[in-house]
Design a protein around this ligand. Structure first.
Ligand code: HEC
Ligand code: HEC
Length: 248
């Protein structure tokens, strides 16, 4: 997988196929004692994760089509409340579904808690959390309107080598791809820039600074500027057909 354009449709198909598999998984499985355990009575992390999440996030929370969850840097920066909220409510406009019963999903509050705690136990390293960029974008770090010129410079310096200086593609694939950007939230983009994709060979926010004296680790504000640029590419793609229509 080295080209987002090429791999994304496959990802979507995989996600849809696996999502439907998830819906029917685990109904009426016999328990250890041989009596059927109702889905709402399952409180084992491995089983809950297997039945509800692996289809998209991968076995062990890695290498699925959706962002890896079994990633220590991610688990260090993500506030447990946000994990809870995303599982309960899903991410609007993306493939991440709402799992809370009150949102029409299958899981009880206790089951969501088991999932959050189980994921947090995957965290193996505890880096110096105070020095890390924040998982959520802090509004005070956003210049309004966003500084796209700064975003473009940062992108070229920190991402260009693998994704092309304008996102047009390289060894890490193209990012200026409407079909990709339309399905990924700004929050997920921010998170990917911070944690990288160690499973796929993408460096995290500070890996490259370690090897290149000219680069500093990306700060929270710089990450915002890069995400704002990707968000603008997404908007441009969405408004381009409308603009073409209006010109006729
Ligand atoms: C050293 C190379 C390298 C650099 C530098 C790099 N990336 Fe990546 N990136 C990758 C690779 C490899 C992948 C995985 C591509 C694949 O196999 O789908 C990737 C994937 C991604 C993805 C898609 C992730 C997903 O879960 O599907 C995004 C978004 C992304 N990169 C953004 C960025 C941004 C923004 C920067 C700069 C801050 C950056 N990358 C810097 C190599 C790199
Ligand atoms: C149908 C596919 C699908 C299923 C099933 C699914 N997810 Fe997700 N999940 C996604 C996608 C796609 C994203 C990234 C959404 C975005 O762009 O913000 C995501 C994001 C997340 C995030 C936030 C990650 C981040 O980078 O900020 C968490 C936490 C999460 N999912 C947990 C779970 C858990 C726990 C389960 C099982 C109960 C689950 N997901 C099941 C597709 C799925």
């Amino acid at each position: 997988m080295n080209n987002v354009i090429r791999t994304f449709p496959t990802v979507i198909v995989a996600v849809v196929a696996l999502a439907s598999a998830v819906v029917c998984a685990g109904c009426g499985r016999p328990s250890a004692r041989g009596t059927a355990l109702r889905p709402s009575q399952v409180h084992d992390f491995a089983q809950l994760f297997q039945q509800n999440c692996v289809g998209c996030h991968g076995a062990e929370g890695k290498l699925g089509p959706a962002p890896p969850l079994n990633d220590s840097l991610f688990l260090t920066i993500a506030p447990p409340n946000e994990l809870r909220r995303v599982i309960n409510e899903g991410r609007h406009g993306t493939m991440m579904p709402a799992f809370a019963r009150e949102q029409g999903g299958p899981l009880t509050p206790l089951q969501v808690e088991v999932l959050v705690e189980g994921m947090l136990r995957w965290n193996r390293v505890v880096p110096d959390a105070a020095a890390l960029p924040t998982y959520l974008a802090l509004p005070e770090q956003y210049p309004a309107p966003p500084d796209h010129a700064a975003g473009e410079k940062l992108f070229a310096a920190h991402c260009g080598e693998c994704h092309g200086v304008r996102g047009e593609g390289g060894s890490g694939g193209a990012l200026r791809v409407p079909a990709f950007l339309a399905l990924v939230s700004d929050q997920a983009l921010r998170r990917i820039v911070i944690t990288g994709r160690p499973d796929l060979g993408m460096p995290n926010y500070c890996d490259r600074a370690r090897n290149d004296g000219d680069l500093q680790p990306l700060t929270s504000g710089e990450i915002n500027a890069i995400v704002a640029l990707l968000a603008r590419w997404r908007e441009e793609a969405q408004t381009a057909p409308a603009a073409a229509q209006a010109m006729r």
